[in-house]
Write a protein that binds this ligand. Structure first.
Ligand code: HEM
Length: 134
């Protein structure tokens, strides 16, 4: 176990296992997206790997890890970046279904799991920019 002092509080990112944990989370999430045609069709690139990498960098930064996302992509402005995509409540549900499975796969402690799950739920709701189309 690494030594902790009040001056160097451990980040969430470090506490849950750092890069390996976040890499697994996004890998599992995109595995779900890849197998879900209505959701997969929203992603413009034939290869999902670059999108997976952007999401990984964003989440690592958000939870206290490396700031690579902002170095490469600038301010996240996530709602604006989702503007070109029609995010409906149904697509949110699909997104959240795969995210929930991905969260299950990383075996967090109950408190950390609840933090992650509620963050993702709120963020996904925030990204909705259209009513259901059917
Ligand atoms: C609610 C359902 C959501 C849908 C359908 C959705 C869909 C998409 C799509 C189609 C892209 C473009 C893929 C690409 O990067 O090429 C994207 C990008 C991205 N999404 Fe989402 N998203 C959703 C929610 C979220 C949430 C909740 C977060 C954060 C917690 C998030 C974070 C990101 C990030 C970081 C990018 C890359 C932004 C960049 O260009 O730097 N998304 N999303």
């Amino acid at each position: 176990m690494s030594e902790q002092t009040p001056e160097t509080p451990q980040t969430y990112y470090e506490r849950v296992g750092g890069h390996e944990t976040f890499a697994k989370l996004v890998r599992e999430f995109y595995r779900g997206v890849a197998g879900d045609p209505p959701l997969r069709e929203m992603y413009p690139e034939a290869d999902l790997a670059p999108a997976e990498q952007r999401f990984l960098m964003f989440l690592e930064q958000y939870w206290g890890g490396p700031k690579t996302y902002s170095e490469q992509r600038g301010h996240p402005r996530l709602r604006m970046r989702h503007g070109p995509f029609v995010v409906t409540p149904k697509q949110r549900d699909r997104w959240m279904f795969h995210m929930s499975n991905a969260i299950d796969s990383i075996d967090l402690d109950p408190m950390d799991e609840e933090l992650m799950r509620s963050y993702m739920t709120n963020a996904a709701n925030f990204m909705i920019n259209s009513p259901d189309l059917d």
